[in-house]
Design a protein around this ligand. Sequence first.
Ligand code: FES
Length: 256
Amino acid sequence: MSVLTNITLKVWRQDGPDGQGRFESHQVPEISEEASLLEMLDIVNERLVEEGREAIVFDHDCREGICGTCSLMIDGQAHGPTKGAATCQVHMRVFSSGDEIVLEPWRADGFPLVKDLMVDRSAFDRIVEAGGFITSPTGGAPDANLIPIPKPVSDASMDAAACIGCGACVAACPNGAASLFTSAKLAHLNLLPQGQSEREKRTEAMVEMMDDHFGSCTNHGECESACPKEISIDNIALMNSDYLTSKFKNRKKLAR
Ligand code: FES
């Protein structure tokens, strides 16, 4: 097992949303390259607590790339240097002895800072809530083959459903836009037969809630590169097209 030595951590510390933020340096004399970056933060925090100092606040839960809770800018990159991986899946082996690692929170107006490296991502919950429900008949589950869905369509829907709502797309976007997140949440329902009944209502409500909290997409594509689930920006094109159709159809419904 190889060991990295002499790592310097530069960590963003901020007491609260209105506090004055600053970088704080911490030395990590030795760490196994098998350790994850979050395990290294755990070790730093244990040391801080032993010294009677405040631990660094950061978000995490599953530590398996599933829940989307972890969220760090690592050396200026959302989720760091490992392609297709969340912060919790970044291991120390991607760094070298003597490296300085800079850790910052997501920086976006839609995600106000809570403390240190933790931000409030509840604006994502409001977008999902705006989507409402899908109509589904009660009774026993129908046979799967009663609703034929072309394989490329079900694949596209499942790929969109892989979104873990971590917010890296927003953090990476120079406009702080949430188009990749919102479009993924829309696509996984809008592509399937089961999502058709409320398609227009859902699309209009979710896009307008997104616009209330986040910036506008201008096709930089940073979101796709930062996404730990490698969600395609093709979903944004689908969302934009669905939104235009929704505005037209929903207005016609109101006029009736
Ligand atoms: S802690 Fe769950 S995805 Fe990272």
